[in-house]
Design a protein around this ligand. Structure first.
Ligand SMILES: Nc1ncnc2c1ncn2[C@@H]1O[C@H](COP(=O)(O)OP(=O)(O)OP(=O)(O)O)[C@@H](O)[C@H]1O
Ligand SMILES: [Mg+2]
Length: 243
């Protein structure tokens, strides 16, 4: 995918969260975003997802400018698959119904077609036996697999993940990271915020280091990790790689 941001700025009250961000990435397939807490990663991702309106600036995906009126944003949001940190499943719906809902309500699938699609995806993620369970009856890893299944079911243009494993124990973390790795190998484009530096390095073809609302470093993931240029990134990697 091609992702181009020009002078994107966003504040919450007095707090400048995205400070004039510009980058122009061509032919990037897995973009990983790393950086310290509060640096603006989630806000950047939500802006790309069409969930936040910047105060100023332009955003272009695959050569198409994103317009920030309600209708365009809704259409845009529906075209991408998003998976967030806190399991964002509807708690009152079963796993199957969580996947059916966007297919039927947002994408106009006939009920039978939606059920076939959802069942095939549940099978792919070894969730068939859990189709009729509600989120509270599933483990964290299973819930995230349902969330990923739901994101994929709609045939998104690309996938956005915001720390999809931060609420999981190590074993479930590996399970979910494996799935993301597989999706990447299948050729799906993705944008991922993660605290797992080893994973970021292997799965990312390009990496952005975001801190204090700015992109302080940008380049091939391998290079950023092997040869961080800025003192900020060197210090950040020193902190997070210590253990
Ligand atoms: N909806 C909001 N209203 C007000 N302030 C917000 C809102 N969302 C984020 N912020 C502020 O914007 C800044 C950047 O937040 P953001 O969530 O983008 O950071 P982050 O890099 O994702 O951090 P983390 O690694 O902890 O998830 C923080 O100072 C945060 O408090
Ligand atoms: Mg965040």
């Amino acid at each position: 995918m091609q992702l181009s941001l020009t002078n994107i700025t966003k504040s919450y009250g007095q707090n400048l969260v995205l400070n004039n961000i510009s980058f122009d990435l061509h032919d990037v397939h897995s973009l990983v975003v790393i950086g310290p807490s509060g640096g603006g990663k989630t806000t950047l991702l939500r802006t790309v997802a069409g969930l936040e309106r910047p105060d100023s600036g332009q955003l272009c995906i695959d050569g198409e400018p994103l317009h920030f009126d309600d209708e365009s944003l809704l259409k845009h949001r529906r075209s991408i698959g998003t998976v967030f940190q806190a399991f964002n499943l509807f708690p009152h719906l079963t796993a199957l119904d969580n996947i059916l809902l966007p297919l039927e309500k947002a994408h106009g699938y006939e009920h039978l077609h939606a059920v076939e699609t959802a069942q095939a995806i549940l099978k792919r993620f070894q969730l068939t036996g859990h189709a009729d369970k509600k989120p509270a009856q599933l483990s964290g890893g299973q819930q995230q697999r349902v969330a990923i299944a739901r994101a994929i079911a709609i045939k998104p243009r690309f996938l956005l993940f915001d720390e999809p494993t931060s609420a999981l124990d190590p074993e479930m973390t590996s399970e979910v990271l494996d799935i993301i790795g597989e999706l990447r190998e299948e050729g799906r484009d993705l944008l991922l915020v993660t605290h797992h530096m080893g994973f970021a390095r292997t799965v990312g073809d390009h990496c952005l280091f975001v801190a204090e609302g700015k992109v302080l470093e940008s380049g091939p993931a391998e290079r950023l990790f092997a040869e961080p240029q800025s003192s900020e990134l060197q210090q950040f990697l020193g902190r997070v790689m210590r253990y």
